[in-house]
Every structure is written in structure tokens, then in C-alpha cells.
Ligand binder design. Structure first.
Ligand SMILES: *Cc1c(COP(=O)(O)O)cnc(C)c1O
Length: 368
């Protein structure tokens, strides 16, 4: 295998997604110092663009250095103190990861579970809040990438706040592809990842903390167990409060790339972009159903299409052929769905009619 030049793939898996040339060119701009006034201005612009994409006015909105999991970890370590009770909704791999991570932060985690592919009804969350009145937060995955289920969030923030808890949302596979409204939906802390619907290379995790989350952090009795992800130190650098203090060397070129990716999103317009994802999903769904391929989740995401592998088909062999003969990557089933599902991403730059039709044609050939 030639490893000199990475191949040009059509990325239609669970991430990374296709990266536009404009973003790749931004990545190749000269590296400057992370305390250079010009870099600080670029970083400020990036955070402002992030606020627009998150639809929030939260001052503490910035890209965490690391992938989506670093975003999850940043939110958890800053909002949880050992001994806290929390509620986590689990209906797939990423909900389970949130449970695991919050347990590692010393929390007692109560779960609200649903079968894989189902979403979690808000009444079940209300019942859990009644049952565990000391719960400090509710964690939930908006776009469960392991099952393709699209979790409704509207109204949940109000419900959680009536019980004095915070709402923490994983928007890794929804931000930039589905509607995400941090302020309108009263989300207190949210994280995402650069390489899904934002169409940037992996390496940054946008996060945003609202006023209730800030208050919680200010009242902590203990320091977060992660030094690297401690928001009380990070905010001095990212927001400039109390001077731009060195904490760690910000990933300078990745910030250029993220800024460019966010500019592209806002040039298209969030609503137009969300509509494009919906249209691509509908076209894919119609084509797959014509091939006799069925969707698994009850309420499918547009950005991640989790479908059942037809009876008698070697799912790995089809994926291999798609990659080798057509240069198309799709994802395998994860966890319980390993061997039984394909996960087809229509994320960001990749959510187009052209890509949908290419994949359907290739898949038809491979299945024939
Ligand atoms: C991909 C993903 C993550 C983790 O992101 P990484 O960039 O792989 O660290 C977390 N949550 C969800 C829902 C995801 O799809």
C-alpha cells in the first residue's frame, strides 16, 4: 500500500466528513504565535462565529483543544464534583460514554434508558428528576451517532430547570446539520466536534457554557480533576478576562481551519444548511428503500443514517468494495449493532444530491 499521499475519499461515514478546499487552504496558512495579537483577533472571531452557529450569546464559548470526546470531558469535569448525583440518558454508545465519564468524575449516575434506536420521552426524564431531587444535571445526546436516533430537545431545558438541575447536551453530530438552539432551548452546557457537520478536520471541540453553568463552576468546593480542561483557567485565555494568560499552546492552524469552516456555514446560512441536510436525507432514504434497505431508528437523524444490512449480505465485504472500487467510506454498526447495521453520514459539505446518487449507484452495483 502506498502511504505517501492520502487518497481522496468520499467520506460518508460517521465522521470525519468531507473537508472543503477552502478549509484545507486555511489550515496551510503560516503558523503564528498563540499570543500574537493577530492570532488573538482570529481566535476572537472564531469564538464569535461559534456563538452564531450555536445560536447563543454565552461569553464562554470556545473550541477545546481535542476531539469531541475532549468536549464531553471538559463539560463533565467542570460541572461535576465528587459525590454529585446526575441523570444521564442512555440509548446508545455515546450516552453510555457520558455515563462512564461522569462516573469517573465521581458522580453517582442515575440513568434513563431506552432501547437502541428509540428516543427518550421527556416524561421519563421528568420522572427521574422527581425520583432523584438532588440531581445536579441531566446529560443527553442530541444526535446518537451509534443508532441514528434524533432526540427532541425543545422544552427539556425548562423542565430540567424547574427541578434546579442543569441541561448538558452532546451536539457532536447535530451542530451544523440540524437545528441547535442553545439559548432558546435553555441548554446550560453543550459540546460538539469539528469533524462532523462542521466539515473541518478532527482536532477541536467547540463548547459553550451558559450563565447557570458558570454559577455552578464558581460555587465549586473542589478543583476539577483535569488540569488541562479546567474552564476557570481556560476562560482567562479564551475570553481574555484577566489578561490572555498562557495555559497551553492553542492549536493555531486548526483555529484557522475552524474559522474558515464556520464562515462557510454562515455564508450558506444555518437554515439553508439544515434544509440541505434534510433534502439529502430524504433522497437517500427514498433510494435505500427502493433497494429494500430499512432504517433502524424511530426518528432518524438527517446527518447520520443508520440502516439494517439486508439478510444474507456480508456487510464488511460491501464496505470494503465501496472503499476499494469507489473510494467511498461508510460506517459499520457500533456496539450492539456491529455486523447488523451500516451508518451513512450526510454531514456538512458531504450532504449533497451528488454524493447521495453516487453512493446509491455504487451500493446498487455492490449488492447486485
Ligand atoms: C463522534 C462523537 C463523539 C466523539 O467525538 P470524537 O471526535 O470522536 O472524540 C461524541 N458524541 C457523539 C454523539 C459523536 O457522534
Amino acid at each position: 500500500m502506498n502511504t505517501d499521499h492520502p487518497a481522496e475519499r468520499l467520506l460518508m461515514g460517521p465522521g470525519p466528513s468531507p473537508v472543503p478546499q477552502r478549509v484545507l487552504r486555511a489550515l496551510a496558512a503560516p503558523t503564528i504565535g498563540h499570543l500574537d495579537p493577530q492570532y488573538i483577533a482570529i481566535l476572537d472571531e472564531t469564538c464569535e462565529l461559534l456563538r452564531q452557529v450555536f445560536r447563543t450569546r454565552n461569553p464562554l464559548t470556545f473550541p477545546v483543544s481535542g476531539t469531541g470526546m475532549a468536549g464531553m470531558e471538559c463539560v463533565a469535569v467542570n460541572l461535576i464534583e465528587p459525590g454529585d448525583e446526575v441523570i444521564v440518558c442512555v440509548n446508545g454508545v455515546f450516552g453510555s460514554r457520558m455515563q462512564d465519564l461522569m462516573q469517573r468524575c465521581g458522580a453517582t449516575v442515575h440513568t434513563v434508558e431506552a432501547p437502541w434506536g428509540k428516543v427518550i420521552p421527556h416524561e421519563r426524564i421528568a420522572a427521574a428528576l422527581e425520583e432523584h431531587p438532588a440531581a445536579k444535571l441531566v446529560g443527553i445526546v442530541h444526535a446518537e451517532t451509534s443508532t441514528g436516533a434524533h432526540q427532541p430537545l425543545e422544552g427539556l431545558g425548562r423542565l430540567v430547570h424547574e427541578h434546579g438541575a442543569l441541561l448538558v447536551v452532546d451536539a457532536v453530530t447535530s451542530l451544523g446539520g440540524h437545528d441547535v438552539r442553545v439559548d432558546d432551548w435553555e441548554i446550560d452546557a453543550i459540546y460538539s466536534g469539528a469533524q462532523k457537520c462542521l466539515s473541518c478536520p478532527p482536532g477541536l471541540a467547540p463548547v459553550s457554557f451558559g450563565p447557570r453553568a458558570l454559577e455552578r463552576m464558581e460555587r465549586r468546593r473542589t478543583k476539577p480533576q483535569s488540569w488541562y480542561l479546567d474552564a476557570s483557567m481556560l476562560r482567562k485565555y479564551y475570553t481574555g478576562e484577566g489578561g490572555r494568560l498562557y495555559h497551553h499552546t492553542a492549536p493555531v492552524n486548526m483555529t484557522y481551519a475552524l474559522r474558515e469552516a464556520l464562515k462557510i456555514i454562515l455564508e450558506e446560512g444555518l437554515d439553508a444548511r439544515i434544509a440541505r441536510h434534510a433534502a439529502a436525507h430524504q433522497r437517500l432514504r427514498a433510494g435505500l428503500e427502493e433497494l429494500g434497505i430499512r432504517y433502524i431508528p424511530e426518528r432518524s437523524l438527517h446527518t447520520l443514517n443508520c440502516v439494517a444490512v439486508p439478510e444474507g449480505v456480508d456487510e464488511a465485504a460491501i464496505r470494503r468494495r465501496l472503499l476499494e472500487e469507489y473510494g467511498i467510506e461508510i460506517g459499520a454498526g457500533l456496539g450492539q449493532m456491529a455486523g447488523k447495521a451500516w451508518r451513512i453520514g450526510l454531514m456538512g459539505h458531504g450532504a449533497t444530491t451528488r454524493n447521495v446518487d453516487l453512493l446509491l449507484t455504487a451500493l446498487r452495483h455492490c449488492l447486485a
